[in-house]
Design a protein around this ligand. Sequence first.
Ligand code: ADP
Ligand code: ADP
Length: 226
Amino acid sequence: EVILEVKDLGKTFDSAQGETVALRNINFKTHRREFVCVIGPSGCGKSTLIRILAGLESHTTGEVLLDGKPVDGPGPDRGMVFQGYTLFPWLSVKQNVMFGPEMNGHGKLQAEREARQWIDLVGLSKFVDAYPHQLSGGMKQRVAIARALANQPRILLMDEPFGALDAQTRGKMQAHMLDIWKNIDITVLFITHDLDEAIFLADRILVLKAHPGEVQELIEVPVPRP
Ligand code: ADP
Ligand code: ADP
């Protein structure tokens, strides 16, 4: 079952300094329950790609289809996790996670019930009433994951989510992320510039190569397994 289809996607930024081609001729599909990592060097267009998929950025050419329908702006069908946790600092863990379900019209009690389940899933049930500033970086990122999942998205879009964490916490979060993914019906598109991270997490790896002035390529490579 195809969840996301990207066809001949291109993006050119126009500015006073001229045009920057960030993406060109990008084609790929993700299927249900896949964990797909996109890797590539700095500046190759990874963030631009995921921002377009999230509906936060327009594209210049091609199309993005989610469940066969063109993506037009952000929506609850796509969950986002960024490197900076982007939690609401004035809301508790529970309130942060309830926010999506409440916006989607679930009643307060129902939204709270759902939030507790997602907070449980990320192992923070003791911290439902804590505030973001009381939590470690890894814990904040777990709240961000719970909040993204609470909208019950079709796909989770993660942009270098563990990039700001120290090596030990990053390792723990990678293992935790795999546990979550194995336990629920979710498709993940995960951006990283860390090949080891991609090898650990992915069942598919797509490499985005920068080809200034040429046709850009997104190539699938086999995941090396011991
Ligand atoms: P990555 O995430 O792989 O580091 P980006 O998607 O951030 O790459 O950037 C891809 C290219 O697009 C870079 O050349 C960058 O300078 C350019 N770019 C990104 N955002 C903008 C913008 N808002 N305006 C102009 N150029 C941009
Ligand atoms: P993470 O790897 O998620 O950043 P830490 O390494 O900071 O977490 O902590 C590991 C565990 O210790 C957490 O899962 C949590 O249960 C507990 N913990 C971390 N910070 C606190 C805190 N401020 N108060 C109580 N327990 C904490």
